[in-house]
Structure formats: structure tokens, C-alpha cells
Design a binder for this molecule. Sequence first.
Ligand code: HEM
Length: 427
Amino acid sequence: MSGLLGRPDMVFVYDADEIEKIFRQEEKMPFRPSMPSLNYYKHVLRKDFFEDCAGVIAVHGESWYTFRSKVQQVMLQPRTARMYTGAIDEASSAFLKRVSKIRDENKEVPANFLNEIHKWSLESIARVALDVRLGCLDDDAHVETQELIDAVIVFFKNVGVLELKLPFWRFFNTPTWNDYVNALDTIFSFATKYTSLALSRVKDLSNNEELSLLERILLQEKDTKLASVLALDLFLVGIDTTSSSVASVLYQLAQHPDKQQVLYEELSKNLPKIDESLQAHHLDHLRYLRACIKETLRMFPVVIGNGRCMTKDTVISGYRVPSGVQVVFQHYVISNTDKYFPKSGEFLPERWLCDHNAPRHAFASLPFGYGRRMCLGRRFAELEIAIVIARIIQSYKLEYHYENLDYYINPMYTPNGPLKLRFVERN
Ligand code: HEM
């Protein structure tokens, strides 16, 4: 596809073998074209600050590589993520309390339930990244916390408009753009404040299990700027990705009571009681839960496509694709194709269990991307989603009694419409 206003030529790839080939020969610094508006914020508007340390989102080349090399190990080690099981479980308990409070007399949650899920997601990431209890799910959220929540909501809303509609903001300061910049400034000053607090604590700390992610990074790198910039990136992409996934898993389970029942039985065997704290080992045997999450992300990947900008001429499906062209991997289409997943339109978590004998193409469903630029928050996202879903299904039977919801891009791929789920206690 060529000739799109303000965009380079693009090639769409629908073949998992070709995607595998491209990923397997990826270079040291893969270039993922993304978020021009954030790129502008970091590299033009706030250049003075971000110049020598811009993070990973909307950053490329040496600058991306240096930053990612410093944080990669702490972020992606499954062992590290498991240490946050207790903190994430606490955020999930707060969410469950909130659910019981906001249900109506018919046990249904309000139409804007996705917004409540966003708050849970923000609470979880703040616990993990900054070791802060924001209290997002409390009735009397603190003023500063409410400002952060509002800023994150404005960011979500406006980034979709700026990235997916005609880019007027490139020519003049539109109201959407001004609000977006203010929201980014708010999130960033919040991240900076808590990084400084973490730094003052770190002076007296040795490496132990109680450290927040930021404290871990500070202890290793002794660089407050790096830690604040990382916190900003985690807040920007770590909230609505996770919350849209949770919304989707809940909706699918509500639509498939038989699968929900299998999951409930697995949880009953493996989880401690709802008022007892969850340990990492409780999650080790939850195979069906993991399968439900994978199946939802196969059918409804929150990031529907991913891409790389070719930095050298490359042959794809026998065609020479010149350097500079954007290659877009159509993950949503591929993972919903019978060629790769027989009966692809059916919600079948069983297909992900290892005793299921159908062979699977490893590159046909890649919800977290792949390779050197793979999702940096993957381990935390998987843990957060698993814990909150496990705790919800342990406590409630989910039902949905309205017309089927379509999905739309918001900017994550999300069920469109009031998510009026019914939460029925299980005892
Ligand atoms: C279900 C939830 C999530 C999904 C489906 C998801 C998906 C993705 C995808 C597809 C990418 C691009 C990967 C690539 O180019 O190969 C990505 C990148 C990224 N994600 Fe996630 N993500 C999720 C949650 C999170 C969370 C919770 C965080 C932070 C705590 C996070 C942080 C990041 C970062 C920092 C990058 C950029 C990595 C880089 O360019 O080096 N993500 N994510």
C-alpha cells in the first residue's frame, strides 16, 4: 500500500512462515514504527529532558538499544515477576471489593465497567513498578491519584485520535494535542516524584525480595533519570493493554459457561481460600487458566498487528522489499485463520493444552510480539491477568445477558459497548 498521507509505503504480511523468517533474521536494533505523537513529545517538545535517555516506546537505534539493555533482565525474568504475586493479589482483592460495591440489585456492573478495570490495572502497575498504593479503587481516591487516573484516561482517549485520524496536530496545536501533552506531563511528573522517593529508600536497601521494580533498577544502575523514564513508559503502555485483555477474557468466559466451569474446577483445586494470600506456587498448575488467556488473545489480540520498518532490502514471499518500507504483520487475521488454528472462530482453550495433539505454528499467534523488541512487560501482564481472572472466577459466576458485542480498536482491540457483566456469588 502506498500513497497514504504522511505514511511510508507498507507491505501487509499474512503468512506465518514469512513472519518467522523476518523475525529469525532480525538485526541488533529492530525498528518498530509506532506512536508518532509520542515520538514528537519525547524528541521535539521535551527534547531537553529526553535527549540522552528516551526510554523504549517510540525510540529507535542506539538510544533504544542502550536503554533496553539496562532494563531487559529485570523486566523479563519470570523469577522476578513471581516476586510480585502478593502485591498483584492485593490489587485484585481491592478490585473484587469494588465489584461487589458497584453491582446493582441485579448483580450487574455498570456500563462503564472497563473504566473500573483500567483503575485496577493502574493500581497493579503502580504497586509493581513504584511500590505505591494509589488507592485507585477506593471511594475517596486522593486528589493527586485522581489527577493521575484522569491523565491516563486522557492519554488513552487522545492517543487513538492523534494516531488513527488525520494528523492535524503536526501543523498546529489542536485541543486534543494540548490535552495529550498535559496528560503526558502529569504522568511524567508523577513518575519522577515516586522515583525520587524510591531513590531515597534504595540508599539503605540491599537486594532483597521486597524491592519494587524501580528500586531494583536503581540499585543496579544508580540512575534516577533512567528509572523515571522507564516508569513513564510502563504507565503509558502497561495499563490499557492489560485492562482490555482482562475485559476480553471476562467477556469470553461469560459467553462460554462450560469453559468457565472447567476453569472454576481447576481453581477450586489449586487456589487458597479467597481471604488467604496467594503465593507464586499456587499459579504453577493453572494450565486451563493460561489456556483461556492464550485463546482469548489469539481470537482478540489487544494489539491487532505489529510491524517492523525494514532497515535493509529484504525478500518477502519472493518479492524484494526495499529498505524504509514498513512491514505490517497481520496478527489478528493470521491467528483467526483455519489454516493455522482449525475451527478458528470457536473459543477452544483446550487447543493450548500440551496433551492436545494438533501441531501449532509458533508464529501464528504472537500477542506480545517477538524478538529483541518483544513486550517488555509481558511477564507482569501475564501475572496480573492470571491473578485477577483467577480471583474473580473463584468468587463469582460470570454471566452476560445482552446482545453480542462487536470488537473495536480503542486503540486496543476491545469489546465495544456496555460491558454489563453479571457477577453471581459462588457459595
Ligand atoms: C496483555 C497485555 C499486553 C500485551 C498484549 C502487550 C503487547 C505488546 C506488543 C505486541 C508489543 C510490541 C512487541 C514487538 O514489537 O515485538 C509490546 C511492547 C511493549 N510493551 Fe507490552 N503488552 C502488554 C502489556 C504490557 C505491560 C503490562 C507493560 C508494562 C509493564 C508493557 C510494556 C511494553 C513495553 C515497554 C514495550 C516496548 C518494548 C520495546 O520496544 O523495546 N506491555 N507490548
